[in-house]
Write a protein that binds this ligand. Structure first.
Ligand code: B1M
Length: 210
């Protein structure tokens, strides 16, 4: 019988080869792919998120755990599609127009994926039009915007206004974050949510779509 707890523990330790071995074994012995995903991979990433929030883990540990998670996901993804396992939701994420910082944005993307979201990563320097296109053509249910510069924060407001003008205000949520961003700013520009760190971002996104 597959050891799902061992998969979770090796995600936390960032042991990608061990995760690959255990996930392959689990798929081989017929463990349902949903269980491998939720009780193995996501369970491990949840602990990583909590440790990051509590300052027990720092960026390098999270990146190493995320790499292990990605390898496990690559193995189960064909089976998830085959068995039509629904993601928690579809999120598009990007650093806003004019802003090239992507370390925090990448962490948020990984935590979203680790929580069970399908993530469309739009990269850096993302215009309002590109965010809107991710909703219209790819079915994103939540737009996640990151900004690290006070000078690029207004692009978040421009995007929110463009979302409303495009008539998508009811069909998609908008979450914002990044070092200079605050809850007060999110309230001021009418964002649906704000998260101070990557682990909270995954929790808030799940709440917003729940
Ligand atoms: Co830049 N930079 N930088 N920089 N840089 C800052 C942000 C700055 C504070 C440094 C400083 O002056 N002390 C300053 C901004 C000042 C301001 O606006 N108030 C600054 C500046 C001025 C600049 C340039 C203008 C410098 C210049 O060229 N004169 C330039 C701008 C380029 C541009 O974007 N157009 C620039 C360039 C760069 C580099 C390219 C050299 C590099 C970026 C490399 C990269 O990202 N690939 C860089 C870096 C590394 C930084 C610092 C040192 C680190 C940022 C970082 O990655 N932090 C930064 C100073 C600092 O913060 N100490 C600085 C780690 C990361 C994990 O944290 O991104 O905050 P963070 O993400 C967190 C949370 O904020 C949250 O979760 C993450 C994990 O917990 N979060 C979200 C982030 N996005 C979220 C989205 C969410 C929810 C949560 O929902 C959607």
């Amino acid at each position: 019988m597959a050891d799902l707890q061992a998969i979770a523990e090796n995600i936390i330790k960032g042991q990608a080869p061990k995760v690959t071995e255990l996930v392959t074994e689990a798929l081989g012995d017929g463990t349902p792919v949903r269980e491998i995903l939720h009780e193995g991979l996501i369970a491990g990433m949840n602990v990583v998120g909590q440790k990051f929030k509590n300052n027990e883990f720092y960026v390098p540990e999270v990146l190493i755990a995320a790499r292990a998670m990605k390898q496990g996901m690559a193995l189960i993804r064909p089976r998830l599609i085959e068995e039509k396992v629904e993601p928690l939701g579809k999120a598009s994420i990007g650093t806003v127009k004019g802003d090239l910082h992507d370390i925090g944005k990448n962490l948020v993307a990984m935590m979203l994926e680790g929580a069970g979201f399908e993530v469309i990563d739009l990269g850096i320097d993302v215009s309002p039009e590109k965010f809107i296109d991710s909703v219209k053509t790819q079915g994103a249910q939540i737009i996640c915007m990151s900004a690290l510069l006070t000078t690029t924060m207004p692009s978040m407001q421009t995007t929110i206004e463009a979302v409303k003008e495009a008539g998508l205000g009811d069909s998609c949520k908008v979450m914002i974050g990044g070092a200079p961003v605050t809850q007060a700013y999110a309230d001021q520009i009418g964002a649906s949510g704000y998260a101070p760190d990557a682990a909270s971002a995954a929790e808030i996104a799940a709440e917003l779509l729940g």
